[in-house]
Design a protein around this ligand. Structure first.
Ligand SMILES: [Zn+2]
Length: 231
């Protein structure tokens, strides 16, 4: 692992201390799929399996939700995750906590270094308010989440969609507490890897947003891989 030290880096250059590479290789994965730009993805990840999300071309936001596979009422909680780790950014070592304060997954490798869980997911309603009335028809993450969970069935519904993680998205918070949506810190081939601490349903909206810099105004594919615990 090589990266500039904090002393060498210019002030504006973000140098995380948490960059950790994985030893897992794609040929041993039990699942390997590409999620096209703008599409949703839903899958069950078993306890102990490793889930990797790859930002294939760079600057792509992967809006993600996690649920207990057998009880959708238990789901990812940004508030519990932030409080338990005492930090607003997600990276290696972060335990993604449920609303019952149990770990759903742990981030075990991360070559990006920072992921957001404050900015929320885009929706047709927020497109209209943030950008323009004529943006309200545009495809948005919330609609992708709804499509994914309705397709999964088993009682999953629109009502289960709550606050999410934005993998690869950069939302720095200023000392005054202001959220700033910035161009991504991610790049082509960067990935985040998570170990499931229980059987979970993972739901990803590969963000189709065209109006803010989270995707560099250009949605691109992501790749999702899963390994068994013995890999
Ligand atoms: Zn989005």
């Amino acid at each position: 692992m090589t990266r500039p030290s904090r002393a060498e880096a210019p002030d504006h250059f973000f140098v995380p201390d948490s960059l950790v590479h994985s030893r897992l290789t794609a040929e041993h994965a039990v699942y390997d799929a590409t999620v096209p730009a703008g599409d949703p993805w839903i899958y069950q990840v078993e306890k102990g399996q490793i889930l990797r999300i790859v930002d294939v071309e760079g600057n792509q936001a992967a809006d993600t939700l996690f649920y207990n596979a057998y009880d959708y009422e238990e789901r990812y909680s940004a508030q519990d995750t932030i409080r338990e780790q005492g930090n607003i950014y997600l990276t290696t070592g972060t335990r993604l906590m449920s609303n019952q304060v149990r770990p759903l997954l742990t981030i075990v490798a991360d070559t990006c270094g920072r992921h957001d869980t404050l900015g929320g997911a885009c929706a047709t309603e927020s497109n209209r308010v943030r950008y323009a009335l004529d943006k309200s028809h545009m495809h948005a993450c919330r609609q992708s989440f709804v499509k994914a969970v309705l397709g999964w069935g088993n009682g999953f519904s629109k009502r289960d969609i709550t606050h999410n993680i934005n993998f690869f998205m950069n939302v720095p918070v200023t000392p005054e507490g202001v959220l700033t949506f910035e161009d991504g810190v991610s790049d082509a081939g960067k990935y985040v890897e998570l170990r499931a601490e229980m059987d979970v349903i993972a739901v990803i909206s590969n963000c189709p947003q065209l109006n803010n810099p989270c995707n560099a105004y250009n949605p691109t594919p992501i790749r999702v891989l899963i390994w068994d615990p013995t890999s």
